[in-house]
Write a protein that binds this ligand. Structure first.
Ligand code: RUQ
Ligand code: CUA
Length: 665
């Protein structure tokens, strides 16, 4: 019995209750077409490509999942904040520094919001930024290599949730603290929250040529929780908007104590004004220690330590920040493609408020303020409101936009998406999702130029969508066709981690820019070995450096003797291949960390500390040729202080010959 009913069509615009029941009692969703029609829309025939790249955050797995749309096929899992033993990310000597922070080596984070770099407000396919929530960081991925290239720690922050939303030409990526904390950190009673805690908004400058980030300034705001952000565009270019909740400034039992106020705020920040204040010498340099980790052109990551940041007080920079009252504990804040409308999702609100940017400017001009908080003017709700979407559903969280003037809002509590017209707040359609949607994503849907066509629901609860897999079920993404008047569910597909936000853009923007190999000649790793004749093994005290090469289908050297228990053996493996898609792997028995996956032309280093005497194999883990299984070798480990000489075979070694060429120093 098929679980989708053919030819089903629901005419009414009923809300969450419109879950269709199949004969076995499972909701299948509104299939706007027949199952066969839906299948054809997502079917990518063998040998053909998907139309869009989609980048889904991994949430608590700390990584980025790259999927093709409309098929939902997983193309790559790019490690960012979390160590990844699959390819040695965060285990190799070259990549370990990427995880340095002021707290030490932190090999995990909670990644929520991927953001594609933009040119003129449109995703340009150069970089992908993503936030680390727990130990505040922003990472930048290079989309010619699908690798993490930079991680910047954000000081004075705690819970980097409202991050890393980009301005229309990547002038800045932002990072606002979800949890207010004492800044600088110090030992104070938690009960002194209102007096001592502040919430900082960080603006990190992005170098337009290299993408390198640098903290430009921070703004010290009242001790609220800052939740999400989006930048203005078009007429509102120059502003960034941040939601806040807990304007009550509660420090305990927030579920009750932070839900008292009828309205909290969107903070509208004029970053061009901030630039002028900085140029005029406003703000103060404050000491702050933070890590800035950059992957060098030589493939080696290095950490530079920041020692101070410029902090601006809103009171010292007139016109920098305004508060827009917004019902009620707002979560997402989204700016429509025209840049005129600012939409927020008040988790506990019964309406979706749409603020007007031009009305906001007029209200500022007229100084039509309802009061002020900590020196920040509060505008009047009525004077900035364009319209409210009435009775949209329950629990509005996030909005994305299409290319026809419509918005799509995720409703967490009523498990649905509501489509409505931005200019007059008219509800046009409802579609149930399965279940409890968080973010949603339209390709380009937070940019100046949404591509429309598809929408992806990123759901928190899966329950009955897939074959069960014990207590933890696969997360579900659901793809909709939004090209017509009604939203049509096309496909469910499982994701890895727990995706929060996502971004997507046409494959044509990046697919022909892919780097295929690392040029061996340009390999500047000091431990690179560019020819088999240069392979060697060098001992310095308890450290042994193995300069090894890999090419189909052998390692040089493939036999090593004279290692001793407790040595730190550095396997520096250079892949001599210069062909696309020919990595070699390297794994050593008894290694307690990871394997290496070495791209053509690249050098990667793994440290192995043998703990017992014996002869241990190492081998290539990536099925690289018909003789892949022959790509193996042995390392002989002797007692500490053993007279067995250090020796190896291969072009420059002479293992097993009369005279070993290299001895312990
Ligand atoms: S979110 S909980 Cu972007 Cu709605 Cu992180
Ligand atoms: Cu190299 Cu398998």
């Amino acid at each position: 019995m098929t679980s989708m009913r053919s030819g089903f069509r629901i005419a009414g615009a009923a809300a969450a209750a419109v879950a269709l029941l199949t004969s076995c009692g499972r909701p299948s969703g509104r299939i706007g077409d027949t199952a066969a029609e839906a299948a054809l829309k997502v079917y990518v025939p063998p040998g053909q490509y998907d139309e869009f790249y989609a980048f889904l955050s991994g949430g608590f797995d700390g990584q980025v999942g790259v999927y093709g749309l409309p098929s939902g096929r997983l193309l790559r899992h790019v490690p960012v904040f979390s160590q990844n033993p699959e390819n040695g990310w965060g285990y190799t000597e070259q990549t370990k520094p990427m995880m340095n922070t002021s707290f030490g080596f932190v090999p995990w984070d909670d990644a929520h919001h991927p953001q594609l770099s933009q040119t003129d407000g449109v995703p340009d396919g150069r970089w992908l930024f993503i936030n680390g929530n727990n130990t505040p960081r922003i990472a930048r991925l290079d989309l010619t290599r699908f690798e993490t290239e930079e991680i910047l720690e954000i000081p004075n922050s705690a819970g980097n949730h409202a991050s890393p939303f980009v301005t229309p030409d990547n002038e800045y990526v932002v990072a606002a603290t979800r949890f207010s904390v004492p800044t600088p950190q110090r030992d104070v009673p938690i009960a002194d929250y209102k007096k001592d805690f502040a919430g900082l908004l960080t603006f990190a400058r992005v170098d337009s040529a290299t993408g390198h980030m640098a903290i430009a300034f921070q703004i010290r705001m009242p001790g609220f929780d800052y939740d999400l952000s989006h930048a203005g565009k078009g007429p509102s270019n120059g502003w960034s908007f941040f939601t806040s909740y807990n304007s009550e400034q509660a420090h305990t039992l927030l579920e009750v104590n932070a839900s008292q106020n009828d309205k909290d705020y969107i903070a509208a920040v004029n970053w061009k004004q901030a630039e002028q204040c900085v140029a005029a010498g406003k703000g103060r340099m404050e000491p702050a220690r933070y890590a800035h980790n950059v992957m060098g052109d030589d493939g080696i990551a290095r950490t530079e330590w920041g020692t101070s940041v410029r902090v601006i007080q809103p009171a010292d920079c007139a016109g920098l920040v305004y508060f827009l009252p917004t019902p009620k504990s707002p979560h997402g804040v989204d700016v429509d493609p025209t840049g005129e409308y600012i939409v927020s999702g008040g988790k506990l609100a019964t309406v979706i408020p749409v603020h007007s940017f031009s009305k906001m400017l007029a209200a500022i001009q007229a100084r039509s303020f309802a009061g002020e908080v900590a020196g920040i003017p509060v505008l009047k709700y009525e004077s900035i409101l364009n319209c409210e979407v009435q009775n949209p559903g329950l629990g509005p969280l996030h909005d994305e936009f299409d290319d026809k003037g419509n918005a799509y809002t995720s409703m967490f509590i009523s498990s649905e998406i509501v489509k409505w017209r931005v200019k007059d707040c008219q509800v046009l359609d409802h579609a149930p999702v399965f279940y409890s949607i968080g973010h949603l994503m339209v390709p380009g849907g937070d940019s100046r130029k949404p591509y429309g066509k598809y929408m992806l629901a990123l759901n928190k609860i899966t329950k009955d969508r897939y074959l069960p897999t014990g207590p933890e079920l696969a997360q579900s993404a659901q793809l909709f066709d939004i090209s017509g008047d009604r939203m049509k569910l096309l496909l469910d597909f499982p994701t890895i981690g727990e995706p929060h936000y996502a971004q997507a853009l046409p494959a044509s923007v990046i697919k022909d820019r892919q780097q295929k190999i690392y040029t061996l000649e340009k390999n500047a790793d000091p431990f690179a070995t560019k020819a088999e004749k240069d392979t060697r093994v060098v001992r310095k005290g308890g450290r042994v450096d193995v300069y090894m090469t890999a090419i189909r289908s052998h390692f040089v050297p493939d036999n090593i003797e004279g290692l001793q228990v407790g040595d730190s053996v550095y396997f520096h493996v250079t892949n001599l291949e210069q062909d696309w898609d020919v990595p070699h792997g390297f794994a050593a028995m008894g290694a307690t960390n990871a394997e290496l996956l070495i791209m053509p032309g690249q050098t990667r280093t793994l440290v192995w500390v043998p703990v017992r005497v014996g002869v241990y194999p190492f081998y290539c883990t990536d099925f690289c040729s018909a003789l892949h299984q022959e790509m193996q070798g042995y390392a002989r480990v002797s007692e500490r202080g053993s007279p067995v000489p250090l020796a190896w075979n291969g072009p420059s070694g002479s293992l097993g010959k009369a005279k070993p060429v290299a001895m312990s120093h």
